[in-house]
Design a protein around this ligand. Structure first.
Ligand code: ADP
Ligand code: GLC
Length: 493
């Protein structure tokens, strides 16, 4: 089975969120299961700089007139990271489109690039060209796109198939339905798609061009990153206007939970934490906690439950609820470390809380991969109070590092954490804390459960151990995707 993954980020080189972790781990897991998985990414400077032994695969002609009609070049090689050593990565090089500073999507200060429709249409077109046999040495059986950035791959491929130019199937994974890639009718006219694509039964969405809708309409199979989110997006509340389309395709919509990459997230082998630890030797965890308290200027006190959050500070993540309860958290004897950046008002609110409680609360503003490991390793509880959460990776990393997740019951959070209710404690199932409604009072009650359990160290340790023993493996996800690829191919054969 030859599978081409198409996306915009890859850990450890280009990352704005969990999408990068997934594209950095899933293809390797598929290869371990015997599939020939490869990855297609835009030729961003940070990727071209680390690609080794690049082979020139061919060129792709953009359908528009801009850039003097310059062609893009496809280069296949491996990226210089141990976790990716075995994964062929194809970069789409077109410097006028991709050789820019910033994130894959914009200038880094909140402004999207104005030609994103071209930048990501070309990515989709290149995927389709590969499925049409552009490279004599390798063509995918399945094109697997991730998020709206790869949405047009499904559309271009559908039309290539109608013209009998390809027999590849498409699978599309929604990592976040809230980001849809919306552009104008004029933008659509540049993309070389047949006029019939501009329709309700195509990629038109309320008069706009929607890359996400293109994927949801044309993909042979649609997945998202947890079973609960797969249900939620078929309802009005989290369907972002596409719930009707998703309901109509519900036989082809499913949820496959993300995994944890053991090569990156393993407290027994993690070089970036103060001391290694594991279920059977927990002393290192206490050392990590003391080191984190010290590093963050907090009072070094083992008896204080140390809460943490590692997160983009955006509306989605719900951390405004934490702002509302932080004083109570401190009054009950807890401490808080927040690592993240984003919304200026939230940053200011956490800075103000840190100023009120300098030895108990701290905000580490910014993005710091190594520090994120130290935070999971050193904290006792990881807060993920999201409004919605397609999968969420930090609660799974927290579980692995012995930090009990305290989460809202939504999306993948609901699928990966079991609340410390009396009955689930008694049954030996509980792994963390959960609350229902997006309200500070609900979060407060979950916090009180956390403090109550904290005062029962033996039970705390049992819950922690159970959490550390949870296995969210990529191999399981890879097997599910492989079965789905077979199904998709069978239906189009
Ligand atoms: P999302 O993709 O919605 O942001 P996920 O939980 O799926 O949420 O993934 C977030 C990823 O980004 C995780 O790998 C998390 O550790 C990482 N991360 C988030 N904020 C930071 C930060 N400030 N510093 C380092 N890593 C971060
Ligand atoms: C998105 C979602 C997050 C998910 C990640 C990886 O960024 O917000 O919940 O874990 O994609 O699938």
């Amino acid at each position: 089975m030859r599978v081409l993954h198409v996306g915009a980020e890859i850990h450890p080189f280009v990352k704005t969120g969990g999408l990068a972790d997934v594209i950095g781990a899933l293809p390797a897991a598929l290869r371990r299961c015997g599939a020939d998985a490869r990855v297609l990414l835009p030729g961003l400077p940070a990727l071209l700089a680390v690609q080794r032994e690049a082979r020139r695969v061919g060129t792709v002609q953009p359908p528009w007139q801009a850039h003097g009609g310059a062609r893009a070049e496809l280069l296949e090689g491996t990226l210089d990271a141990p976790t990716l050593a075995d994964v062929p990565v194809i970069l789409l090089r077109h410097d006028a489109l991709y050789a820019r500073a910033g994130t894959p999507y914009g200038d880094g200060s909140g402004h999207a690039f104005i030609d994103n429709h071209r930048r990501f249409a070309l990515l989709g077109l290149a995927a389709s060209r590969l499925a049409e046999g552009l490279d004599a040495q390798w063509a995918p059986d399945v094109v697997h796109g991730h998020d709206w950035h790869a949405g047009l791959a499904c559309a271009y491929l559908a039309f290539a198939r109608r013209a009998a130019k390809s027999r590849a199937a498409s699978v599309f994974t929604i990592h976040n339905l809230a980001f849809q890639g919306l552009f104008t009718r004029g933008d659509f006219n540049e993309l070389g798609l047949p006029p019939e694509a501009w329709s309700l039964e195509g990629l038109e969405f309320h008069g706009q061009l929607s890359f996400m809708k293109a994927a949801l309409h044309y993909a042979d199979r649609i997945t998202t990153v947890s079973p609960t989110y797969a249900r939620e997006i078929q309802g009005v509340e989290l369907g972002s206007g596409l719930d009707g389309l998703l309901r109509g395709r519900s036989a082809h919509v499913s949820g496959v939970l993300n995994g944890v990459d053991d090569a990156v997230w393993d407290p027994a082998a993690d070089a970036s934490i103060a001391a290694r630890f594991g279920v059977r030797r927990m002393a290192g965890k206490a050392a990590c906690k003391a080191a984190l308290q010290d590093e963050c200027g907090l009072e070094v006190r083992d008896s204080a439950p140390l809460f943490s959050a590692v997160s983009r500070l955006t509306e989605q993540k719900g951390l405004q609820l934490v702002v509302e309860v932080v004083d109570e958290l401190v009054a009950r004897g807890g401490q808080l470390v927040v690592l993240g950046s984003g919304d200026a008002a939230l940053e200011a609110a956490f800075r103000a809380a840190a100023a009120r409680h300098p030895r108990q609360v701290t905000l580490r503003q910014g993005y710091d991969e190594a520090l994120s490991h130290r935070v999971f390793a050193g904290s006792d509880v990881t807060l993920v109070p999201s409004r919605f959460e397609p999968c969420g990776l930090t609660q799974m990393y927290a579980l692995r590092y012995g930090s009990l997740p305290l989460v809202r019951r939504t999306g993948g959070l609901a699928d990966t954490v079991v609340d410390c209710t009396i009955e689930d404690l008694a049954d030996g199932r509980a792994t963390g804390f959960m609350f229902e409604r997006f309200e500070a009072d609900d979060l407060r009650r979950a916090l009180r459960r956390a403090f109550t359990l904290w005062r029962r160290p033996r039970e705390w340790r049992a819950v922690r151990q159970r959490g550390m023993e949870q296995h969210f493996g990529w191999d399981e996800a890879a097997r599910r995707y492989l079965a789905l690829y077979e199904q998709a191919l069978a239906t189009i054969a």
